[in-house]
Design a binder for this molecule. Structure first.
Ligand code: NDP
Length: 450
């Protein structure tokens, strides 16, 4: 049996209760054998066993008072997965589904993603099973403060620098940063995604969505195609989806869908980014409200979805950009996209496609940009924020945007040339996994068994 399969089997035996982590590990390890075959030291020094086991996991109770004065208790985590190439870096997710397995899947992906950006950052992820939905600003503030009371001792500008993810945007980063400063009396870059007047970077807000479209543009150029004049679908309605839509317009394409946890919007005239920001960013309402404000938009509630299906992917498009959450594109969804002529799928969300869906895309030979490559623009710009904080300076929008564009283009070229090296031209799943893996694995070898 191959080394990769051996490691996968033991992970399956040890963590049967962490399906998302096992899915991410399977997706990654099933592509690495050709790289393992090139360097026997990877097996000799048990690099895969070490890569798939976090260096440490902090797990803690978060207790806080709601607006009625009642005690609330949540569970918080920080998974410090791998620090071979730099300080831990990765977002915090506040969502009721958060558990150790979800954060381990996200952390494992993050190791290779951060490596692919070409910048010196290790992999981590964290969060809590706290649901900001329906909470007042003061409740969110008290939760963030209680969360930081636990987290502050484990992070630091050269140790571990968290950022946002689902449920953690500018508001939450502000409260978390304020709490850290109060607890430590230090003003330092321990979080990214900060506000522009207190250490944030221009373009960080837009970076994941913009980077996704820059990556897609590079991938399509390589095939002699482009987004210009094309109809596209985008899922999600948060940070990544919003700025993916904005950049699609700038590229001359038209996004016609967005979605949230309650349903999806289809508007053949194109999604209005300002209305989206108003409904989701300011009012924090359901997308049903978007359809009230835009008469040409049709809202389909989740209650009308067939089992195992997401009808947003039935809309005929040239390119699809899943930007909501994990496993939102099933094998059946992938087949529907392909049947309707979809030529390109690039992932803004983390692990949005099931393994069955990925196999459909690879089999069809369409342009397929896997998450760890296509959505790396967010963390890459976070690293640029760290650089600016360390130098006590700030760069212009154009300067950061130009750096982001270069990072995403270089990243695409790295994944594509690695795929060619292993004679699977166009398979960016293998290309991204091996390119990200080799850098981390070689650093682990160089640093010894520690
Ligand atoms: P946000 O919290 O800003 O938005 C998330 C969006 O996804 C919301 O519209 C939310 O709907 C929707 N959503 C969440 N869960 C579900 C679900 N189970 N079913 C349907 N819709 C759902 O998060 P981000 O935009 O920051 O993150 C989106 C994805 O992108 C995640 O996978 C994240 O890990 C990934 N990502 C984010 C990066 C970043 O820089 N922010 C960087 C790289 C990846 P609702 O409003 O109803 O809750």
């Amino acid at each position: 049996m191959s080394y990769t399969q051996n490691v996968l089997d033991s992970l399956n035996a040890r963590y049967p209760y962490q399906p998302e982590f096992l899915q991410a590990a399977t997706e990654i390890l099933s592509t690495l054998q050709p790289a393992i075959d090139q360097n026997p030291d990877y097996e000799r020094y048990k690099i895969l066993e070490r890569l798939t086991e976090p260096e440490r996991i902090y797990s803690f109770r978060v207790e806080w008072l709601d607006d009625k004065g009642q005690v609330q208790v949540n569970h918080g985590y920080r998974v410090q997965f791998n620090s071979a190439i730099g300080p831990y870096k990765g977002g915090l997710r506040f969502h009721p589904t958060v558990n150790e397995g979800i954060l381990k899947f996200l952390g494992l992906e993050q190791i290779l993603k951060n490596s692919l950006t070409g910048t010196p950052i290790g992999g981590a992820k964290g969060g809590a099973d706290f649901d900001p939905k329906g909470k007042s600003d003061l409740e969110v503030m008290r939760f963030c403060q209680a969360f930081m009371v636990q987290l502050y001792r484990y992070i630091g500008a050269t140790v571990d620098v968290p950022a946002g993810d689902i449920g953690v945007g500018g508001r939450e980063i502000g409260y978390l940063y304020g709490a850290y400063k109060r607890l430590t009396t230090k003003y330092e870059g321990i979080l990214t995604g900060k506000g522009l007047t207190w250490g944030g970077s221009l373009v960080r807000t837009e970076a994941t969505g913009y980077g996704l479209i820059y990556f897609t543009d590079a991938m399509l150029k390589d095939r002699g195609e482009s987004l210009k004049g094309k109809v596209c679908s985008v899922s999600g309605a948060g940070n990544v989806a919003t700025y993916a839509c904005e950049k699609l317009y700038q590229m001359g394409a038209t996004p016609v869908t967005v979605s949230d946890s309650r349903g999806f919007i289809y508007d053949p005239n194109g999604i209005k980014v300002d209305v989206l920001l108003q409904v989701k960013g300011k009012e924090r309402a359901s997308l049903a409200r978007y359809a009230e404000l835009v008469p040409s938009a049709k809202f389909t509630p989740v209650s009308e979805y067939a089992p195992n299906r997401h009808p947003i992917w039935d809309v005929p498009v040239y390119a699809a950009f899943p930007c909501a959450t994990q496993n939102e594109v099933t094998e059946e969804d992938a087949k529907a996209l392909l049947k309707n002529g979809c030529k390109c799928v690039a992932e803004g969300a983390n692990m949005p496609s099931t393994i069955g869906a990925i196999n459909e895309f690879l089999k069809a030979g369409i342009a397929y940009g896997p998450a760890k490559a296509a959505n790396a623009g967010g963390v890459a710009t976070s690293q640029l924020e760290m650089e600016q904080n360390a130098g006590m300076t700030s760069w212009s929008f154009e300067e950061v945007d130009a750096k982001l564009l270069k990072i995403m283009t270089d990243l695409y070229n790295n994944a594509a040339s690695t795929a060619r090296e292993f004679k699977v031209d166009g398979n960016l799943v293998l290309g991204a996994n091996i390119a990200g893996f080799r850098k981390v694995a070689d650093a682990m070898l160089a640093q010894g068994v520690i």
